[in-house]
Design a protein around this ligand. Structure first.
Ligand code: GAF
Length: 387
């Protein structure tokens, strides 16, 4: 299923009415994302090329006047949370989902935004823990809800930055800005080329001839946070040794010339980041020009770089990428997408190849790995907004 179904929306409204006693006044959505290329480049001030997808977090909401926020999460067995805007907002001791809401609201307050409360019901269909940014979509959905209910003076990019601040400082995950930014600023039929230093964005039209397929390897993403933080530190170490602010500030050729300055592993980490950021700009051009052969090569190189230099892929994912790249034979592109250590593969391919690709994965993946995949065919979609 893509998009949120009418029946889920009706269930959201019913639950809101049952818990809060009145029907909601407004509805907002924020999408998950798939990154086409440029992985782990965002926190190095580099370039990324994600698109928002038609899997979303959906919020029903009404404003309140008594400085209270009440929330119910349909996808967590209708668990509830309630907190006061007059007291310091602290972490919820047991409900992780609540902390995304609390963190976003707290950071809105820290930005000096004025509002007097809300009743909120949340549901969604972004697969969780799959590397498709269900957390970022929740942060952006909550940020958008308050921005819209109270007409807060914030741009979409500021809603995204607020979500990232909540995730970094309240939830405690040191992510970059890509996921929140595309969830806030994505556009239908387009990928978003984002400069993660200036936050400049360009919409890149997706060729109509291509389907966006996401294959969820269903490999449990173990050690994600600790490995993510280790990669960040290695990138910072490389920048320190090279005497630059961030890996954004060196070209691939310069990096290669300075190889001997860096410990071997740190060099490979930097090599991935610098080369993937350069590939991202080339991929944006290839998409613009409908040059699928070049796109295919860039996505293949990106995968090899994540596998060998950044070491964030796992065997089952490498296997699916191999299967599909052989099948697509340069008529499309395929690579792992997202933070890594499990999660999803993204493949762009002519519509006519979709059924064959599904069959191929269904035939071989489970037999080889013992794990059953899920496949989503997505549409590049609009960023957050009112329904
Ligand atoms: C995760 C992070 F949240 C992003 O900021 C980004 O670094 C990505 O991993 C890797 O490209 O999704």
């Amino acid at each position: 299923m893509t998009g949120i179904s009418e029946s889920r929306l009706a269930e959201l409204n019913r639950t809101f009415l049952t818990i809060f006693g009145l029907a909601p006044t407004r509805h907002f959505q924020a999408p998950g994302r798939v990154n086409l290329i440029g992985e782990h480049t965002d926190y190095n001030d580099g370039f990324v090329l994600p698109c928002a997808i038609d899997y979303q977090t959906l919020v029903a909401a009404s404003p309140r006047t008594d400085m209270r926020v009440r929330v119910v999460a349909l996808d967590y067995a209708n668990q509830q949370d309630e907190f006061s805007l007059s007291d310091e907002i602290e972490s919820h001791p047991t409900q992780l989902w609540s902390n995304y809401v609390r963190g976003v609201v707290k950071h809105l307050q820290l930005r000096g935004m004025q509002f007097t409360g809300a009743d909120i019901a949340i549901t969604g269909n972004v697969p969780q823990g799959a590397g498709l940014s269900s957390s970022a979509s929740l942060e952006v959905a909550i940020g958008t809800t308050f921005q819209q209910l109270y007409n807060l003076p914030m741009t979409k990019a500021e809603v995204a930055l607020n979500g990232q601040a909540a995730e970094n400082q309240f939830v405690g995950c040191n992510c970059g800005i890509m996921d929140q930014m595309v969830s806030a600023c994505g556009a239908q039929h387009h990928a978003l080329l984002l400069d993660c230093r200036s936050y400049d964005t360009q919409l890149i039209s997706m060729p109509e001839s291509l389907s966006v397929m996401i294959i969820n390897s269903n490999v449990k993403r173990g050690l994600v946070d600790s490995e993510y933080n280790t990669r960040r530190k290695q990138c910072e170490q490389a920048a320190d040794i090279l005497g630059i602010k961030a890996l954004r500030d060196i070209s691939l050729t310069e990096l290669q010339n300075k190889k001997s300055l860096l410990p071997e592993v740190v060099y490979r980490r930097a090599h991935h980041v610098v080369s993937d950021s350069e590939r991202t700009l080339l991929a944006a051009d290839a998409l613009r020009n409908n040059d699928i052969k070049t796109l295919s090569t860039l996505m293949a190189d990106s995968h090899v770089s994540m596998r060998d230099d950044f070491e964030i892929t796992v065997k089952p994912i490498d296997y699916i990428v191999e299967l599909l790249s052989e099948y697509l034979a340069e008529q499309g592109g395929v690579r792992m997408t997202g933070g890594g250590f499990g999660g999803c593969i993204v493949a762009l391919m002519p519509h006519a190849l979709v059924d064959g690709a599904k069959q191929l994965v269904a035939q071989h993946y489970q037999a080889k790995t013992g794990i059953k995949e899920d496949i989503y065919i997505c549409k590049a979609s609009n960023g957050a907004g009112e329904l």
